[in-house]
Structure formats: structure tokens, C-alpha cells
Design a protein around this ligand. Structure first.
Ligand code: IMP
Length: 385
């Protein structure tokens, strides 16, 4: 019996999980998304072509991998259609490589309109993709699932929405939405929980691809400045329908510094020229919304908490090259900033000291280091701790 390995973000998203999933994909038969929607932005490269995925799992470039959108994911049919067309324009045959859960919920234009409206008063800094309102409907037991789009009276929803009175916004044009739902119908849609458990029984290797991150988790993130889904390892079980006994290795992805897009607490935030420099060198602008990301030093207190929640076995350290050429780099640990001499490149003793400090303060080994934007800019390290 195989297990499900997991790639999970340990900060506030944007740790570079897409690249890591793409890198690890060669070892797996299946890549599965278990939560979130098109609020995610996972950047991967096909040779030198940059591809940003929002909903479709990051194994889609590999013809030998089956990609699964699990029941915990929420799907905006309009952006799904756009993403499929974008991938097809890169010569990728999505249909033969993708399976979608019949139980995944649908994000409608009404959800998006509510998200925009709610933001005018709550100011979470959401991606405005309708995420909160869609998960709210799911939990309120009035959501729409992928299986519902096959019902003969599905289109009557439009009439219901148009007749709703007292909405604080105009009902958006629904034509594109219903067309996109029809587009969605041609894909392989089934009970992916049954499929995944069967594949695991057959010994197939499955990697669960986290979206957002533990700092944005609905329970363990900085509530209310969080997303509306379970972004931790336990979300894998519920969002794919696999038992906790089937969880294998958990890779916790950490960026060499911290970023956050949207509002909410940020202990190590740098509101100065160093923060600006990290932002510029790291190109820290949201891949989904284009917003400038807030930047700060690596916070090991937060990472220790998040790694505890997620049961992390190994760390993957990303964007370490962004800190090249800084005279001094800091790590936040136990409520204090620890200064370190900066490094010129990741093959230096100074960088090694940064990594071993992370390992000794977290008691977890850093097994993979991503040190550049390119697909092959990756160093694998020996198991040390
Ligand atoms: P929502 O998920 O659009 O409701 O946004 C809630 C919070 O999560 C906001 O602070 C967003 O900026 C943040 N967020 C949602 N998805 C991502 C992501 O994929 N990367 C980084 N931040 C995200």
C-alpha cells in the first residue's frame, strides 16, 4: 500500500510550492490538489516558458502524471476554462491528464460579487476570487457541486439569481458562466476519493499539492486574516478522501525570508529599504493579483508552530538566492533577531551556516534548496539532523 506524500507551505503562501511539486513530480504517478481555488498562483516553467497555474495541479506538464482536483477544491468554471485554453496553447493536452472530483464545489459569479462587496467593509485583503463566499455556501449546505452541473434544471439557477431581491450588487452577466460549466462537463469527472484509494492500493505514488499555506489556515492561521479552507496536512485527508493512516512524507516549504500579501499580522515585516530590496530582488508581486507582497525576515517561531501542525518531515528552502549579496541576514527565533553574515552565493560557508541554523532551531533537516528561478536551480542536501 502506497502513501500520500504532501507538499505544504509553512508561511503565508508564495513559498514557491509549484516549482517544488514540478521538481518532485518525476517520482510520482499522481499529483492532487486538495483545497483552495484559483486564489492560488503556482509558477512553473516549460523549458523557458513561464506558466502560472491557479487551479490545475502542477504535474500537468508531465504526460505520465495523472492530475487530480479533489473534493476540497473549489472551481471557478470561467477561470478553469481560461487555464485549460492557456495550457493547450502551450501544447499541453489537459483532458487526458486531469480528473476532477464530482464533489468539488463551484465558484459562481455571485460568490465573486459577494467577495468584492464584503471586502469594502471587512478588508481582509482577499484575492476577490469568491473563495470565502463559496466555502460559506458549502458549509451552509447550499453550495453547488460539480455533479450538479449535469442536472437538467441547472440553468434555472440563473433565473433564481436574477430574481433575487435586495442584493447589494447587480447580478453579473451569467452567459459566460453557464458556457464555462458546459465546457467543464467534457472533462473526466468522478469520485476521485475512490480513484485515489484504488491507485494507492495498487502501489501508485501520490503527491498532494498544498495551496496557500499554514499561516492562512482557517483554524491555525492569523484569523480572521486567513483564507477559508484547511491548508494544513489534515486538509489532505478531508480534501482528497484519504485516511490519516495514508499520509507519508510531509515536505514543508519555507522561503528564506517571509512574505505576505493581504492584511494581517506579520512579526518580522521590514518597512524599510531592506524590505524594498527583498521585494525587488525576489520579484515579490502576487502571481494571482499582481499586488506587492510585504517582505520580512525568516520567522522560525512561526515555522516551528506551523511545522508542528503539519507534521513536517523535511524542509524545502526556496528563493535563497534572493538574499545573495546582503551584508547581513537575520533569523527570528525565540522572540529575538539573530544576525548572520550575508553570503555571495549558495555554495558559500555563510549560506551553509544559515541553513544549519535553521536545522538546529527547528530540529528538521533542509533536504532541498531552490536557488534560482530556473527549473534546474535546485540543490539536494544530505539528511543531516
Ligand atoms: P482569499 O483566499 O482570496 O479569501 O484571501 C484571504 C487571504 O489569503 C488574503 O490575505 C489573500 O491575500 C491570501 N491568499 C489567498 N490565496 C493566496 C495564495 O495563493 N498566496 C498568497 N496569499 C494568498
Amino acid at each position: 500500500m502506497s502513501k500520500v506524500d504532501v507538499v505544504i507551505g509553512l508561511q503565508y503562501g508564495d513559498e514557491g510550492k509549484g516549482k517544488i511539486v514540478d521538481y518532485l513530480a518525476k517520482n510520482y504517478d499522481v499529483i492532487a490538489r486538495f483545497g483552495g481555488g484559483d486564489n492560488a498562483g503556482h509558477t512553473i516553467y516549460k523549458e523557458s516558458e513561464k506558466i502560472v497555474l491557479h487551479l490545475i495541479p502542477s504535474g500537468i506538464l508531465n504526460p505520465n502524471i495523472l492530475n487530480v482536483i479533489g473534493n476540497g477544491v473549489i472551481i471557478n468554471p470561467i477561470s478553469f476554462k481560461q487555464e485549460v485554453q492557456m495550457l493547450e496553447s502551450h501544447g499541453i493536452d489537459v483532458k487526458s491528464r486531469l480528473v476532477i472530483s464530482d464533489k468539488a464545489h463551484i465558484i459562481t459569479p455571485i460568490h465573486k460579487a459577494w467577495d468584492v462587496h464584503n471586502e469594502s467593509s471587512q478588508r481582509i485583503g482577499t484575492t476577490m476570487k469568491g473563495i470565502g463566499p463559496c466555502y460559506t455556501d458549502k458549509v451552509s449546505r447550499k453550495g453547488i457541486r460539480v455533479c450538479d452541473i449535469f442536472k437538467p434544471d441547472f440553468h434555472l439557477l440563473g433565473v433564481k439569481w436574477n430574481n433575487q431581491i435586495g442584493l447589494p450588487f447587480e447580478v453579473p452577466n451569467l452567459k459566460e458562466f453557464f458556457e464555462a460549466c458546459n465546457f467543464l462537463k467534457q472533462f473526466r469527472i468522478e469520485s476521485t476519493e475512490i480513484l485515489l484509494n484504488k491507485l494507492l492500493d495498487e502501489g501508485k505514488k501520490v503527491l498532494a499539492e498544498g495551496a496557500q499555506a499554514t499561516g492562512l489556515d482557517i483554524d491555525f492561521g492569523s484569523y480572521p486574516f486567513v483564507t477559508s479552507s484547511v491548508t494544513t496536512t489534515s486538509g489532505v485527508c478531508q480534501g482528497l478522501g484519504v485516511s490519516p493512516k495514508r499520509i507519508g512524507t510531509v515536505y514543508g516549504v519555507i522561503k528564506a525570508y517571509t512574505t505576505r500579501v493581504g492584511n494581517g499580522p506579520f512579526t518580522t515585516e521590514l518597512n524599510d529599504s531592506i524590505g524594498d530590496e527583498i521585494c525587488k530582488k525576489g520579484n515579490e508581486f502576487g502571481s494571482t493579483t499582481g499586488r506587492k507582497r510585504r517582505c520580512g525576515w525568516l520567522d522560525l517561531d512561526e515555522i516551528n508552530y506551523n511545522a508542528m501542525i503539519c507534521g513536517v518531515d523535511k524542509f524545502v528552502l526556496t528563493k535563497s538566492d534572493v538574499l545573495n549579496d546582503f551584508e547581513e541576514v537575520k533569523i527570528y527565533y525565540n522572540g529575538e533577531y539573530l544576525p548572520l553574515t550575508g553570503w555571495k552565493d549558495v555554495n558559500s560557508d555563510e549560506f551553509e551556516r544559515f541553513v544549519t541554523m535553521i536545522e538546529s532551531y527547528t530540529n528538521t533537516s533542509v533536504n532541498i534548496v531552490s536557488c534560482g528561478a530556473g527549473r534546474n536551480d535546485i540543490l539536494e542536501r544530505e539528511y543531516i539532523v
